[in-house]
Design a protein around this ligand. Sequence first.
Ligand code: FUL
Length: 633
Amino acid sequence: MKFSRRTLMGSSLIAGATACTRYNSIVPVPPETPAPWGATPSPRQLKWHDHRQYGFVHFSINTFTDKEWGYGDEDPKLFNPTDFDPDQIVAAAKAGALTGLILTAKHHDGFCLWPTMLTEHCIRNSPYKQGKGDIVGELEAACRRGGINFGVYLSPWDRNRADYGTPSYITYYRAQLTELCTRYGKLFEVWFDGANGGDGYYGGARETRKIDAVQYYNWPSIVKLVHDLQPDACTFDPLGADIRWVGNEDGHAADPCWPTMPNEPYDQAKGNTGVRGAELWWPAETNVSIRPGWFYHADEDAKVKLPSKIMEMYDQSVGHGTTFHLNLPPDRRGRIHDRDVASLTAFGNALRATFANNRADGAVATASADLPGNSARNVNDGRLDTFWLAPPEAKNASIILDLPPGRSFDTVRLQEWLPLGLRVTRFAIDVSDGGDSWTTVAEKDMVGPQRLVRLPAPITPRRVRFRTVAAEAGPALREFALFRSVAPVDLPPLKVTDASIVDRAGWKVTAASAPGGEAILDDSPRTAWTSPAPASLTIDMGRSETLAGFTLTPTRHVDPNAAPPMKYRVETSVDGRTWTPGGEGEFQNINYARATQRLPFTTARPARYLRFAFPQPAVPAPAIAVAEIGAFR
Ligand code: FUL
């Protein structure tokens, strides 16, 4: 199909190509360029895809209360970093090859890290710099100095505000957003958290409030506000925003993870895979923390993810077509802990070493077909603003790289030219020793924004071929590159012997609302005890201990039939007959961050028996699932 210049002017191809630094040239595109296939990204989405991996910074009151979700009644005086060093945070991010940082300007507890006059619940009333500090501005300035991007997270849920749930809160929220979008230069991303409504302080009401998020926030109007003030900022994640959630907080996207989705409210399973050929360009971001929690907790210093794990998550996010959003939580000083820095540095070094040397440089590229101005050699010309384009009808197309001798590689990196849509459904990588006999070494679905293919071992063929197995239109490839991977050097284990953890040898489940209770004592977070709600469980520890609280590990398996518990009530007993209340409350962020939670009792006490009640699942599901329960002194 031929397009006139006038038609092209209206297409997202032109918009996308002109407005972006790397996707910045339409020079090689002749007037007869084919139409895009399916949905295509907006100019701001195009730029965002090229950011690839960037960091999250969870830092707030929770850092000082050792919580994941603050209730909203915390005294602003608790916020007191002793040595806040934004340049150290930026240096850590850069050591990990991250291209930007997104800061929690306000988390669910409502405490604001910038000196706003819209609320008293903010940094002005903290001891930090005698109330004259501005963490948002200070980190923003450090990002600019370090040459990386800056963005903000502003929690829609606010457990501090008395008017949360009423229209006046929305006016407040929009005013906050306006401040953040006008005071801190260019933002590359604005993050709206999906966690919404539940228990909270709410100006002293101390109650549960439920809202219908879609209706209450009117997301399209909030997204528009951001776009009006910050045209390049991509918004995360409700329907209508630029970016979607990948569906877990574990750091992996499905293989592949299509950037397209149906124009309907978010569905977690579809969010993880995307939907081939669907109407909306709504690409996924894979967000995960370098530690079990999102905020810094000293007792997680030994649980910082190892460089090899970070590389695995990189492969399963960037390599599957999403961006990678890695959280680095500053400690109470306001610095990134040495252990996290070491892990990031080893990961960053391996990433840089792997991708420094493209083994396809200097190879001769020839395609089964190409179009004038978009020749095969554009795939390895070292430029990201040129691409190889096969004619639209050439659905079975291939491109061969004739390599100089001795080029060994074990990693293939491919990028599709996104302004022309996702044309390739499935492709193969074949290799040959020079003749016409080919061996297929990989076959995968989707090229998309970026696709990494890792081979089991390095190979040194003379020719390597990309071949479409299924395509909707002749392919448009921006890059076909080959690398030799450098594995990250892992850190020696950090031995922390936590004397507070009670040994569970001799523990028994003596009563439970459903069979299979032993699963909570088998040391395996993979196996879970499931029970219809309300669930209850009694444990006999076999001996008396002075206990300060319990730990609960939710199942990591995301299952529509069983979810982690939302709340708990715990009682203790020394004789199994007389019970003492140990406290009740809500598990924080349990459905999304499936890490072990530590829940202190109201007071430390001697106990031999523990009795739990879990009234309902954290999200609607027929049953409750718990993987492990423990206790601490
Ligand atoms: C979740 C929040 O509830 C967590 O606290 C964290 O901010 C994470 C990134 O998103 O939904």
